[in-house]
Design a protein around this ligand. Sequence first.
Ligand code: XCC
Length: 662
Amino acid sequence: MAQLGTVDPAVEELLELTREAGIETSFDRAERIKPCPIGSDGACCKICSMGPCRLVGKTKTGICGATLDTVAARNLARQIAAGAAAHSDHGRDMALAMLAVTEGDAPDYRIRDVRKLVEVAKYLDIPVEGRETNDLAQDVAEAALAQFGQQRGELAYVKRAPKKRQEIWRELDIVPRGIDREVVETYHRTHVGNDQDAEHILDHGLRTALADGWGGSMLSTDITDILFGTPVPLSSEVNMGALEDDEVNIVIHGHEPLLSEMILMAVQDPEMIEYAKTKGAKGINLTGICCTANETLMRQGVRTIGNFLSQELAIATGAVEAMVVDIQCIMQALQPVAEHYHTTLITTSRKAKITGATHMQFHEHNALETAKEIVKVGIDNFPKRGESQRVHIPNISAPLVAGFSHEYLRYMQGGYYRGSFRPLNDAIMTGRVRGAAGVVGCNNARTPHDATHNYVVRKFIENDVLVVQTGCSAISAAKVGLLGPEAMNMAGPGLREICETIGIPPVLHLGSCVDNTRILTVLSQMATEGGLGEDIADLPGVGFAPEWMSEKALSIGTYFVASGVYTIFGTKNPVAASEEVQRLISEGWESKVGGKLEFIMDPDEMIEKALEHIDRKRAELGLVEYDPNRFGESGDVPLAAFFATPPEERNLYSREAYTVNR
Ligand code: XCC
């Protein structure tokens, strides 16, 4: 395996500083701490106190007789359930916040996207005609909350999947009944002495993941759009260079936009800016990390300074006055790093405190007030900058375009009244676009930071595969310009031509982790548009999480598989110890739901398998064979070159001006 570390020069620069100063980060610990080989392969059972039983060598079963296959399946199912729980509990909080808005308990928020509210109400079978917005929103919030505790029947959003897909789920009896119910049942089934058939355990893993993808996460995305607006494309900047050396830097990190949207309002408050000036700063600069960053980036254009593995290094710039966190993906290591600097780490969620950090409880009823208090802590820190460690902000950043909701993608392909996925489907049918790939997920300190994300995204677009991204993977690609205008120059000729026609870049930022559900919606709409079969599993598409590390990623991967997508994960195989479990989640799941989950460590092999799959799906649909040179010779490349040239340099009369060097 390649050396650990990072391919992000800003993080590299800061790592040198922390190492010189003797401050340890996750990059150093990843070198020092070796993963437990038994646990990492899924062969350790610690669900009762007779163990932990380590099923290695001659030990074929645990004390209770549980086999390696059962143990590995149980471990994976529990990971999926934990991921589904995290996403869904986030979704629940969004629904509770919307309810609070309608009841007048969250005066700083309002319903911003009424059109989306109406659309969601219809999915939840709520009458919409002649309803007053607040009243309707209250019903939607309550209906959404009821989805979590529902005990019987089917989750409402299941009907958003193509008909054929719904039938597959019903046939297999894996339609989620209620979000919480499936998560709880996973923990029940995997308790000692219960479900002890690997295949049966894993089938429930599919149902639990579906409760996340077509339940908790999808509700979260929808309600967030209703409260804060459905994203439309906007431009912004990414990487450490977005920190300002003469302003108070407040960094928001975590996942829920409830707090970050208020912080954004607080930093724009003229009184707060004046106050910052009294402390010697020129202003207040808000930036983000991880999915909080994605949420505020795609709606408000808030600049992003990095992804999961950048978090400690952001503090090491010595220029962060406060890092404000809510839930998920927040390293406990932030506090010890912050103690070397003047940075205050502020926790805000009832669900996530960190020993040593400053806790400032966030409530919806006085959200803006708390946000201002938080910002004030940051401002008060500004005069202490440079006292303990020197300030060093790497002068590295890249432009990006973010905020492609599925609503906007439809709109781009036909306008408000005639929006559809027809142009994209046609482009796939003619072979201009070979297929589509969702590249998502985390960073993992066990693999070089960002390297695989960026490699696979480049390879896909070179091969005329349209890429959609979320989470830390999107931030990774953005840092190297793959979400900026120059990505067009890296795309194959067919893809490029289509992107120019529709007016989209070849790599689309669709949002945060919970917004992987936007990808499900896109796939669903493409499948029902016509010409590419009638189910998600018929589409020439793949899912990728090349540097995954969180349990949420496993839930996402599994709901993609359950929705019919071939999904490839990199970095590590959590069920490597069991051949049978690997077979069950790949061939086994493929025969049941059409999608399969594979763990592949080599990036070239990942791409090879993905392209093979895309081409096989094309053949099964009876589409023309993809030919990389076909459109290069058709006269389309000159057109692409024309658009790639800056307008002032475009020469309409010179053929040479349109000739592409590739
Ligand atoms: Fe977390 Fe969402 Fe993973 Fe990034 S990608 S490390 S889960 S922040 Ni969703």
